[in-house]
Design a protein around this ligand. Structure first.
Ligand code: SRM
Ligand code: SF4
Length: 567
């Protein structure tokens, strides 16, 4: 076999894994094993977990020769980011008992726990499931958490999208893989699979699942808060006469790229056409099966659905999808441009006399630190009012279902626990996101979550000094080019380059419709804002009426922005 056709080792792990079982049960039962075998490292992802190490501890441990401090990250599957009060309180308990005392809202509306020790994995996953929350498919070569606008606003389209989001998540969940999950983590009875055909055991995925991860999202044209164009599959709701009538279907978006591989890059999803509401599941199944059959299983860096689109072009992609998979005629997309993105922060009316409160969570980390006891405060509010909790794809938190009379009580708790109201935070802070990076992510080459707050503070001051403090400029940082905080879809993207240096991208838009472009490489972290300040000044002087920062950068062109940045 040539290198181009030789399957990646992960394909072998899946092939031999007996529908996600492998030797996981035995390796977790053996307390003397500090870490997992390579095959188990691949398979554990499908169960919603990654083996990691504490990178902060690495230096000292190397010096004393004690080896790596292994631990696990666990990611939930929370379609639409929805949790009951009881589920939230249980997740908070788990964060304290088994993880590092924090809950991390992800950029895909879910929670991650960090720092779970190997010997606590079974108890942790069992505790999560006891609350009727799963981690199955949180990671791995399957459909990941399905996104939908979580705002409980009183409109039919959002309700329809959430219902469809749940249906897609359920339909694309592993089936034989679920039995394995029960056997390994929940003491389920072993299921005999010998002689069962793969298309029966695992009807959508088969024995070797997908070539790579798969992501789906729902959004509204006026509220793209899930960034649907970053997804492998996107449903843009079409509303006529106040009622949802179907979706414009998008396919093959993605962010990740690798520095050493110029044939990897971010791409926005492209529109396949219009589908009726009743075709939500057949369309999902069609796109995912097309990916299963045509994705690259040799080179994992080029295995995402976006490269099938890039290699074939939209015309062929559509032709194959409609003819071989969806098996219905192509219908032209309805005119529905994306025109906005709502962070859903502050107090808002959800109908029926009820209110919800959107709280901005810095980089998604719910923790107690100094005088700001966010974790304890949110816990106290959820415990007292038994409010439903929803997570946004912008790493924020919505507390839902208060009466008007309860509002003062919630406010009092916010004050008691030092939790800032969104209206008192800078726009720069509200429109920022960072990925976890160091100390947990093995792929990080710079800091991100721990570095962005200082940059955002500087940024807020620089913008305020120029009278631009109220501009909604999206800024997203990642600790490597993989793009977990979707930095290539923001107005200012800051991507880890190594050490304390970053690559700077500008010219995207805050509604997730346009990719930005690289304008400077190797920028020291303390130079990011001083260099951008010159671009902000030009923006202030030259912007057209109502023009946003990213649109300005895109209009005046990269050469001008590069010249303004200087060195
Ligand atoms: Fe991601 C890998 C964290 C959303 C693209 N991502 C990772 C890993 C698991 C590192 C690893 O492979 O060992 C990170 C774990 C870090 C840690 O310590 O927690 C990680 N990704 C995250 C989260 C937690 C970032 C966050 O700030 O919230 C997000 C979890 C989402 C979830 O709940 O499911 C997260 N990752 C994303 C997104 C954004 C999105 O999906 O909207 C992207 C870009 C979109 C895309 O998929 O293209 C993204 N993550 C990647 C990639 C690049 C994939 C590629 O196509 O090349 C990797 C690397 C990989 O898979 O090999 C990666
Ligand atoms: Fe890790 Fe890179 Fe993703 Fe950040 S962008 S979490 S550093 S893989």
């Amino acid at each position: 076999m040539s290198d181009e056709t030789k399957l990646s080792p992960v394909e072998e792990h899946k092939e031999q894994g007996r529908y996600l079982r492998g030797t996981l049960a035995a390796e977790f039962a053996d307390a003397s094993l500090e870490h997992l075998s390579d095959a188990s490292k691949s398979l554990i992802k499908f169960h919603g977990s990654y083996q990691q190490e504490d990178r902060d501890a690495r230096k000292n441990r190397n010096k004393t020769g004690v080896g790596k401090a292994y631990m696990f990250m666990i990611r939930l599957k929370l379609p639409g980011g929805k949790l009951t009060a009881a589920q939230y309180l249980a997740m908070d308990d788990i964060a304290g008992e088994f993880a590092n005392g924090t809950l991390r809202i992800t950029t895909r509306q879910s929670f991650q726990f960090h720092g779970v020790l190997k010997n606590n994995m079974k108890a942790t996953i069992a505790a999560i499931n006891a609350s009727l929350v799963t981690t199955l498919g949180g990671c791995g070569d399957v459909n990941r958490n399905v996104l939908s606008c979580p705002a409980p606003l009183p409109d039919d389209a959002r309700k329809q999208m959430l219902a469809d989001c749940f249906a897609v998540a359920e339909h694309l969940a592993p089936k034989a893989g679920k039995q394995a999950y029960h056997e390994i983590w929940l003491n389920g009875e072993p299921v005999q699979l010998d002689g069962v055909a793969p298309e029966v055991a695992e009807p959508i995925y088969g024995k070797t699942y997908l070539p790579r991860k798969f992501k789906a999202a729902f959004a509204l044209p006026h509220d793209n808060c899930t960034d649907i164009l970053a997804n492998c599959l996107g449903y843009l709701a079409i509303v006529e006469g106040g009622k949802p009538v179907g979706y414009n279907l998008y396919a093959a978006g993605g962010q990740g790229q690798t520095n050493s591989k110029p044939d990897t890059y971010p791409l926005l999803a492209q529109c396949l056409g219009f589908i009726d509401l009743e075709d939500v599941l057949p369309a999902a199944e069609g796109v995912i099966k097309l990916f299963r059959d045509h994705g690259n299983r040799a080179d994992r860096k080029r295995a995402r659905l976006k490269y099938v689109m890039k290699d074939w072009g939209l015309e062929k992609f559509r032709e194959v999808f409609y003819r071989d998979y969806f098996k219905k005629p192509y219908r032209e997309a309805r005119p529905a441009p994306i025109t906005g993105l709502d962070l859903h922060l502050g107090w808002q009316n959800m109908g029926g006399g009820k209110l919800f409160l959107g709280l901005s969570v810095e980089n998604g980390r719910i923790k107690d630190e100094g005088t700001m006891r966010l974790r304890s405060g949110v816990r106290a509010i959820v415990d007292k009012f038994k409010c439903e909790v929803r997570l946004t794809a912008q790493q924020d938190l919505l507390l839902c279902g208060f009466t008007a009379a309860e509002r003062a009580g919630v406010e009092a708790l916010l004050t008691e626990y030092g939790i800032p109201r969104p209206e008192n935070l800078s726009m720069a802070r509200k429109w920022s996101m960072a990925c976890p990076a160091i100390p947990t992510c093995p792929l990080a080459i710079t800091e991100s979550e721990r570095a962005l707050p200082a940059v955002v503070e500087q940024l807020g001051k620089a913008l305020t000094a120029l009278g631009l403090g109220e501009e909604p400029i999206s800024v997203r940082m990642t600790g490597c080019p993989n793009g977990c905080a979707r930095p290539y879809q923001s107005e200012i993207g800051i991507v880890g380059r190594g050490g304390t240096k970053y690559t700077l991208y500008v010219g995207g838009d805050s509604y997730g419709r346009r990719l930005n472009a690289e304008v400077q490489d190797g920028v020291p972290i303390d130079q990011i804002v001083p260099r951008l300040a010159k671009v902000f000044a030009a923006f202030k002087a030259e912007r057209a009426a109502g023009e946003l920062f990213g649109d300005y950068c895109s209009r005046v062109g990269l050469d001008k922005v590069k010249a303004l940045l200087g060195t």
